[in-house]
Ligand binder design. Structure first.
Ligand code: B1M
Length: 211
């Protein structure tokens, strides 16, 4: 890993918001690909944070300040990941399911989809099934994208699919799911139209669903 990417990694791990912004900007100025900054510096740092949490070295406050540093770095990277002046392919309503406050992965998926010419309705976190339903009826979403990071909140993906069915909307909307504990098998089991393990494959999946 180049020195500046290591510094990006360390600044996130240590929750140094200002330094992360500085180092991400420096990496861009040095001509490093935004995708490499994201995957090699930033996403790896969050994986390390998760590992330290599991090992009992980090606690929730450390996870939180690392997440804030990550979000600040993402704000710098976003314009480079998202192209301007696009014609939307489809309207995607994206959210982290009810009970779940993790939004870094969901935000990344939104950015990548936006960069690939999808219009995004970002419903945020802790999104109840009826809010996904309303995104279809009131805002014309043709794709629903759900993220879950907790095993305890994954069942709300199934609940959302059931709410869409109960509202008579299931046939008119494509539903895709993802997030660290979610699998292809789980997606099939709950009747989703697709699963993607990461943000770039979420783009390929969305294209195939509406293509
Ligand atoms: Co939490 N947390 N957390 N946390 N947290 C995890 C998820 C955990 C695995 C940590 C651990 O134990 N190792 C664990 C879950 C265990 C489980 O359920 N099996 C956990 C826990 C237990 C908790 C709390 C319960 C802790 C507590 O309070 N005791 C609590 C729950 C709060 C709640 O949600 N109700 C909690 C809280 C938090 C913070 C608020 C402190 C913070 C979140 C801040 C934020 O998001 N704004 C946080 C963080 C940062 C993490 C870890 C360290 C990092 C998550 C992350 O951002 N990863 C995480 C450990 C880990 O994942 N290793 C952990 C980086 C991100 C880029 O990856 O989100 O996986 P990810 O997204 C990827 C893919 O999954 C995919 O694309 C993304 C990019 O490639 N993807 C999709 C995501 N959504 C998709 C949707 C798609 C497709 C792909 O649709 C098609």
């Amino acid at each position: 890993m180049s020195q500046v990417l290591e510094e990006v990694f360390d600044s996130i791990l240590n929750g140094q918001q200002k330094l992360t912004v500085e180092k991400v900007s420096q990496a861009l100025a040095e001509g490093i690909e935004p995708g490499a900054i994201l995957n090699e510096g930033m996403v790896k740092a969050m994986a390390k944070v998760g590992q330290l949490f599991e090992e009992g070295e980090y606690f929730v406050p450390e996870m939180l300040i690392a997440a804030r540093a990550m979000q600040s770095g993402l704000a710098v990277l976003k314009p480079r990941l998202v192209q301007a002046n696009y014609q939307p392919i489809a309207r995607v309503a994206a959210g982290t399911v009810k009970g779940d406050l993790h939004d870094i992965g969901k935000n990344l998926v939104c950015m990548m989809l936006e960069g690939a010419s999808f219009e995004i309705i970002d419903l945020g976190t802790d999104v109840a099934p009826d809010k996904f339903v309303a995104a279809v009826t009131e805002r014309g979403a043709n794709v629903i994208c759900m993220s879950a990071l907790l095993t305890t909140t994954m069942p709300n993906m199934r609940n959302t699919l059931e709410a869409l069915k109960a509202a008579g909307l299931r046939e008119q909307v494509k539903v895709m799911v993802g997030g660290a504990p979610v699998t292809e098998g789980y997606a099939r089991e709950i009747g989703a139209d697709g699963y993607a393990p990461d943000a770039s494959r979420a783009v390929a999946l969305a294209r195939s669903l509406v293509g």
